[in-house]
Each structure stands twice: as C-alpha cells, then as structure tokens.
Design a protein around this ligand. Structure first.
Ligand code: S3P
Length: 434
C-alpha cells in the first residue's frame, strides 16, 4: 500500500486514536499468566498486539474477542502455559519478542521466537545477556538476531542487573523472568523508561518496588486477574499533535490519551518549541493517567532537545523531526542512538526523507540537526517502518508539492485505520493498494 498526499489542509475536530501498543501487549501477557479472567477494553487491534495474542493462544490460553477493542483473557496462572506446537511468530513487534523471551525463559518447555524481516534484523543480545546471567539457555542467529531458541526446564535465579541502555523492553524482560526466578530480581536504569510493566504487575496484585531508580520483585508469587482499560496511545496521538501544531488554523481534541509521566516527552518537547497544547479532564484509569489533549496551531521554533527527554519520547522522534522541519531555526537532537535500532534506523530513514523534501539536515552518530524551512514534495521510502510512513504523511500539511509514501502496510502494526482517521480530521491522504 502507498499513501498519496495532496499538500495543505488544516486539522480540526475530535478523535480517539487506537489503544496503547505497550499496554495492549502487556494486557495479554499478564492476563494470560494471571489466575482468573481479565477483561480488556480499548485494546489495540494492530498487527503487533494481535501477534502477541496469537502467541498466547498457541500456548493454550483461551482468548475471546467479543467486539472492537474488547478482549477476554482466561488466565492460566504463572505455571499454566502449554508448549506451542510451532515457532511463535511475533511479526514486527520488538516488544512482543523481548518481553516474551523473558517469560518463556522460565517455562518448563522449549520454545522458538521469530518474526518478520525487520524484527529478525534487530538486536536481541540485550535480552539474551541478562537472561543467561539468570541461568536461561537461549540461542540466536548470528549477532544475537532472531530466531531465538529457548530451552525450557531451567531454574532461573534472581539477579541484579544494571541496564546498559535506557530500555523498557529489557527492563520488562528481566522483571518477567524474575517472576520465575529464585529470590529477588532487580534492575537499575540509566534513565527512567516507560513503567507500564511495573504498574500492571501491581494492578494484578504483585509486589514491585521502585526505590531510587532500582526496580525489584521476588520470584514465586502469583498474579490475580484484573480488568484493564487501555488508554489511547500517546505515540499514535503524536502524529496529530504535530499535524495540528504545524497546519495553520488547526484546532483538535484527542480524547482519553495516556499521559503516563514516562511517556510525555513529546508534550514537553513540543511545549519547548512553542506548541499550543493543553490537557483537560485529567483522570486515572486502571493505574494509568489519561487526559483529553487540546492542540491548536502555533508557530514553532527550533530547540536543543534536552537529553533527559529522549527516553520519554523515544517513539515520537520521527514525528518530532517533521515539527522541527516546520519550525523556525535549528533543532538539535543528541543522545538518541537507540533510534538506530527501532523498526528501522530512524535517524537514517528520516534524514533521507527530509532530504528528499529539501529540508537541510545533518546526521550525527546519536542524533540529527534539522534546519527548519520550506518543504517540497517527493517520493519517500519508509524502510518498512510504520512511524516513518505516518510522519511523512503529516508533513504534507506544509509541503509545496505532492508526497508519495511507498510501502505503508506496516502502519497497521500500531495504527490500523490511520488514513481514514487522518482524512476525517483534514489530511488530504489517499491510500493506494498495489
Ligand atoms: C516499548 C519500549 C521502547 C519503545 C517500544 C515499546 C515497550 O523500546 O521504543 O516501541 O513497550 O516496552 P525500547 O525498550 O527498546 O526503548
């Protein structure tokens, strides 16, 4: 599928973007491992979270889907999973693979995790290393890449692990393995990362302590099923926060968006750039804070992005680069090397697309410098990355020529229905099926 964008437009109205990807994955995993029935609403019916759902069905967990965004997980308890008959295919989902690797390391049966070409080129050594320290037996393809083969029946031991990078996936992997470990498992993070695993474990009655950057739990407990209301994903909302900020005359409300403090780097960064964003109706649903976000057009200015915001906005940089391209002056990002190992190398992929549109930029090893200015049109490669596709789609609001975006099928991994929702709000987008 390709997107074709006619330049110009304004973004107005009210919308609820699909459910949070991180929380949707975790709702299936913890729901499956809990005792009792977990009812999930607002579930992201995107390919990534559905791959996790299928993986647990393949391990004998009964999961019903009675309606849009609604999932019922009949938990089997921490020791109730069955050996899957085939390798578990997690599609494009790094979160699915890294978190499941942790909990499969503690099972009595062997398993194999695989995925699509993009996932099979991503580094898994970052989860294999700590799991091996815990006593797990895992083999991978060359360079620590999937497929991963996990030998069952190994008794894991609790460890303390200093995370070498700010990664919620690695943190969560170690904590989930720790559920099966002897004694205490703890991690320290170089910077705070999304804490959905910790929050959901607590919501399921499991004690997790967070003390001065050290997160720990004791193995050998049990999880009690609890209902989960998945907020709208702030990472998906981001495309429209940027869209409304850059398109003159825009005025938009995004409802029920998750505003977990470990996820709001995008609000802080856009705020520093001069965006007009306010939060209304702040409330808490199932242990996660949510709000309605009101955003109106405002002229943006280039900034030096504070490095402490990087882990809090890690998935939002492709869209933020478009904001930077439309801002007055220069934006500098450093300390963001992790962007190079996402669904694509997002620094290289965005730099290529920005250059195609005539936006001056300089690639750094761990970031990018972007000079705000005029945007032309052109043909964009997405490198099979959903967020690259959606970022260049919103760039059309300020472009002077047509933008064609190749290879957009992966948009459905995190944001099914993006083009229809965007069209309804004022983006002049058509999806061409090839
Ligand atoms: C995620 C953590 C982040 C993020 C990913 C989702 C999670 O990855 O980029 O989209 O759900 O834990 P890292 O842990 O690799 O930073």
């Amino acid at each position: 599928m390709e997107f074709k964008l006619t330049p110009g437009g304004t973004i107005c109205g009210e919308a609820r973007v699909p459910g949070d990807k991180s929380i949707s994955h975790r709702s299936i995993m913890l729901g499956a491992l809990a005792e009792g029935v977990t009812r999930v609403s607002g579930f992201l019916e995107g390919d990534d979270a559905l791959a996790t759902l299928s993986a647990f069905r393949a391990m004998g967990v009964e999961i019903e889907r009675p309606g849009e965004g609604s999932v019922i997980v009949n938990g089997v308890g921490l020791h109730g999973l069955e050996a899957p008959a085939h390798p578990l295919d997690l599609g494009n989902a790094g979160t699915g693979m890294r978190l499941m690797c942790g909990l499969l390391a503690g099972q009595p049966f062997d398993s194999e995790l695989t995925g699509d070409a993009s996932l099979c080129s991503r580094p898994m050594g970052r989860v294999i290393d700590p799991l091996q320290l815990m006593g797990a037996e895992i083999t991978s393809s060359e360079g620590g890449r999937p497929p991963l083969r996990i030998t069952g029946g190994r008794q894991l031991r609790g460890i303390h692990y200093d995370l070498p990078m700010a990664s919620a996936q690695v943190k969560s992997c170690v904590l989930l393995a720790g559920l099966y470990g002897n004694g205490r498992t703890s991690v320290t993070e170089p910077a705070p990362t999304r804490d959905h695993t910790e929050r959901m474990l607590r919501g399921f009655g499991y004690q997790v302590s967070s003390d001065n950057g050290v997160i720990s739990l004791e193995g050998g407990g049990s999880l009690r099923a609890a209902d989960i209301d998945v907020p709208a994903d702030i990472s998906s909302a981001t495309f429209f926060l940027v869209a409304a900020s850059i398109a003159q005359g825009s005025d938009l409300v995004l409802t029920h968006v998750g505003i977990n403090p470990t996820r709001i780097g995008v609000l802080n960064i856009l705020g520093l750039m001069g965006a007009d964003i306010s939060l209304n109706n702040e409330r808490e649903v199932g242990g996660e804070p949510v709000a309605d976000i009101h955003v109106r057009y405002a002229p943006l200015k280039g900034i030096e992005i504070p490095e402490d915001q990087v882990p809090l906005a890690i998935d939002e940089f492709p869209a933020l680069f478009i904001a930077a391209a439309c801002a007055e002056g220069r934006t500098v990002l450093r300390g963001a090397k992790e962007l190079r190992v996402k669904e694509s190398d997002r620094i290289a992929a965005m730099a290529e697309g920005l250059t195609t549109l005539g936006v001056e930029n300089e690639v750094l090893d761990d970031g990018i410098i972007i000079e705000g200015g005029r945007l032309g049109g052109g043909v964009i490669n997405t490198f099979h990355d959903h967020r690259i596709a959606m970022s260049f789609a919103i760039a059309a609001l300020r472009a002077e020529g047509e933008i064609r975006i190749l290879d957009c099928d992966h948009v459905a991994t995190s944001f099914p229905g993006f083009d229809a929702l965007a069209r309804g709000l004022g983006l002049q987008i058509s999806a061409l099926v090839d």
